[in-house]
Design a binder for this molecule. Structure first.
Ligand code: ZN
Ligand code: ZN
Length: 256
């Protein structure tokens, strides 16, 4: 079985989400995590996780949406996560490519989510784009106040940031970007990271992997990314699936 560690099922229509999940299960993606992107949206991901046994949820405020409303306090994030099917915090982090919220607001949100991850012991799903230096600095500064579990989702930053994250105990999750022709450097990184820190995801409905690139992405497509990761690691798909599933459960300890 393969687990999609990061998707956005609430972006699919109410009438089609059941079929999307069924197609994932049929493809061998038996579990998936649907991701929180704002405080009001938390109810939607919790409802999906209550409705489908294959689905877990996280809660948090995406950096794109960090200025939409008041950023929740650490205590508010901890309270939001208090639900049997919520297994992680986020996604939060820094996106200096789109810069949809002021950077200072993104940074404050990032810090609060990291502290909520520390307080709850739930892993933090980090979104980082074009923000390597600040991401590494804030992770290190916040770790000085006590460790927290985390993963770098949809990893496409520099090898240096991946290596720093791994040093700090983090996990690295690869999306369909790994399969793109231009991603040779990313595949080289994926080949050499420690096996026990690797995860796979889709970020559906975005970033469909080759050979489905350009289509709307679904959690079932995780298999294509997993196959490329297995190839670059010189493993069978079955072995890679076993490793990433074990890694997932080591990180997401609440996912029973
Ligand atoms: Zn993201
Ligand atoms: Zn996402």
């Amino acid at each position: 079985m393969i687990i999609d560690s990061h998707c956005h099922l609430d972006y699919f229509g109410e009438e089609e989400v059941e079929a999307v999940i069924a197609r994932a299960v049929a493809a061998g993606v038996g579990r998936m995590v649907t991701i929180g992107t704002s405080v009001p949206q938390a109810a939607a991901v919790k409802a999906l996780a209550e409705r489908f046994p294959e689905v877990w949820a996280t809660v948090g405020v995406h950096p794109h949406r960090a200025a939409e409303g008041p950023m929740p306090t650490v205590e508010e994030l901890v309270a939001l996560a208090d639900h049997p099917r919520v297994i992680g915090i986020g996604e939060s982090g820094l996106d200096y490519f789109y810069d949809k919220a002021p950077r200072a607001v993104q940074q404050e949100g990032f810090r609060r989510h990291l502290r909520a991850a520390r307080a709850t012991g739930l892993p933090m799903c980090i979104h980082a784009r074009d923000a390597d230096a600040d991401c590494a600095r804030i992770l290190a500064e916040e770790r000085a106040g006590g460790a927290f579990p985390f993963l770098m989702h949809c990893f496409s930053s520099s090898p240096e940031l991946a290596e720093k994250a791994v040093e700090m105990g983090g996990y690295i999750s690869f999306s369909g970007i790994l399969t793109f022709p231009k991603s040779a450097e990313l595949r080289a990184l994926a080949a050499r990271l420690p096996e026990e820190r690797l995860l796979v995801e889709t970020d559906a409905p975005y970033l469909a992997p080759v050979p489905l690139r350009g289509k709307r992405c679904e959690p079932g497509y995780t298999v294509h990314t997993a196959r490329v990761l297995a190839e670059v690691r010189g493993m069978s798909l079955e072995a890679l699936a076993a490793v990433t599933t074990a890694n997932f459960h080591r990180l997401f300890t609440k996912a029973a």
